[in-house]
Write a protein that binds this ligand. Structure first.
Ligand code: NAI
Ligand code: MG
Length: 363
């Protein structure tokens, strides 16, 4: 029996809609493989919890999560709670407390989805963005003084450490090495940010020596937006700072058709702590409760979770189901279709279940 404990934190807005769809897909996989079992515990943390308790999660939240094999996360953000409270109260404490320093964001154009770029189809855009997830501009270093006075000052200090940059660079080179093109693009802004970013460039060159079979190049982040848009075929694996990669990956999601199909994994590569898997999108209040949230990003991140847990076959089954269902034109409105969250989920579950019957027939 391969038994995995999963902490589900659906949280806010469409988070609960897509996470329950994701759980249906995990159950379909379980059904298909009697040796595979997920013990899923759902936590009600998030903005509603905040309104009742004044905190986004209990004080011992990380202690509670620590014993799980993985965390399956929806989205945080509510119209009546400031975004820095929701983000710093739940998602970032988990990422930082569990040292999930590698944020991995695959993007490709799925069959059936029309991307916004002319002359760009499936195969032309197949990237993985590695976002440094523990330091940089999101380290929380900074402050405010003279509040409300004309001389008020606010600082936001980007922190880069040799340890932090070296480990993310090694992760990115290793990932690039595992992909057919063996090609990495290192993104910085070392013309204007001449301290930490120059150190990034230097460390990239040092780590590159350890990976002689991986070719690599460097881009400034502003020029990178240009290259992603005009020459998407020229990129494969990409590594960038916390802030730069945050922005570039939203662009990547848009170029692939919708934020609704973009997944992300927050990984502790040393596996000291549980890693966390989530769609990139937020709580999307504009469509909450309408039943039309695209669940594909959540299914894809479930595949990332299975891959991380060592369940490669199950991960591939989800990806095959996603590609099949999108290719059939069963699409939610954000990608030009008329299907609901439930329609897409049912189609994905049906595809996975049909594979059982095929394998039973074969045996
Ligand atoms: P958003 O990602 O929630 O929505 C942006 C646009 O994309 C909206 O028009 C939305 O309807 C659409 N969209 C997003 N996901 C979709 C899906 N699965 N299917 C169909 N359409 C989808 O970003 P926004 O509006 O800037 O932020 C809303 C809230 O979410 C804010 O409170 C923000 O702080 C929070 N947020 C949370 C994140 C997280 O939990 N990781 C990430 C991004 C935003
Ligand atoms: Mg973002």
């Amino acid at each position: 029996m391969r038994n995995y404990s999963v902490a589900a934190i659906p949280a806010d807005g469409i988070g609960p809609e897509v996470i329950s769809a994701g759980i249906e897909v995990l159950r379909a996989l379980e059904h298909q493989d009697p040796q595979l079992k997920f013990d899923i515990e759902t936590f009600d943390w998030g903005s509603d919890y905040f309104k009742q308790h004044g905190v986004m999660m209990p004080e011992d939240g990380l202690q509670t999560l620590k014993k799980f094999d993985a965390i399956f996360f929806g989205a945080v953000g509510a119209p009546d709670v400031p975004d820095h409270i929701t983000l710093w109260g739940l998602r970032l404490p988990i990422c930082q407390g569990f040292d999930q320093y590698a944020n991995v964001r695959p993007t490709k154009i799925l069959p059936g989805i029309t991307p916004p770029l002319r002359n760009c189809g499936p195969g032309d855009l197949d990237w993985v963005i590695v976002r440094e997830n523990s330091e940089g501009e999101y380290s929380g270093n900074g402050g405010r003084a003279h509040r409300g006075l004309p001389e008020e000052v606010g600082t936001e200090v980007a922190i880069f450490t040799r340890v932090g940059v070296t480990r993310i660079m090694r992760y990115a080179f290793r990932l690039a090495q595992s992909r057919p093109r063996k090609f990495l693009t290192v993104v910085t802004k070392s013309n204007a940010q001449r301290h930490g970013m120059v150190m990034w460039d230097e460390i990239a060159a040092e780590v590159a020596q350890e990976f002689p079979d991986v070719s690599w190049d460097k881009m400034l982040v502003d020029a990178m937006t240009h290259r992603m848009t005009l020459h998407p075929q020229s990129l494969d694996t990409i590594v960038a700072t916390n802030l730069h990669a945050d922005i570039l990956s939203d662009l990547a999601g848009a170029l692939a058709g919708s934020l609704g199909v973009a997944p992300t994994a927050n990984i502790d590569p040393e596996q000291r702590f549980p890693s966390m898997f989530e769609p990139i999108h937020g709580s999307a209040f504009d469509i909450t409760g309408k039943g039309i949230a695209n669940p594909i990003a959540t299914f894809w991140t479930a595949a990332q979770m299975l891959e991380h847990l060592g369940e490669r076959d199950a991960a591939m089954q989800i990806m095959a189901a996603i590609e099949h269902v999108c290719g059939q034109g069963i699409l939610t409105p954000d990608v030009g279709g008329k299907a609901t969250t439930a329609d897409v989920t049912q189609a994905v579950v049906a595809f996975i279940t049909s594979q059982i019957q095929l394998s039973e027939k074969a045996s």
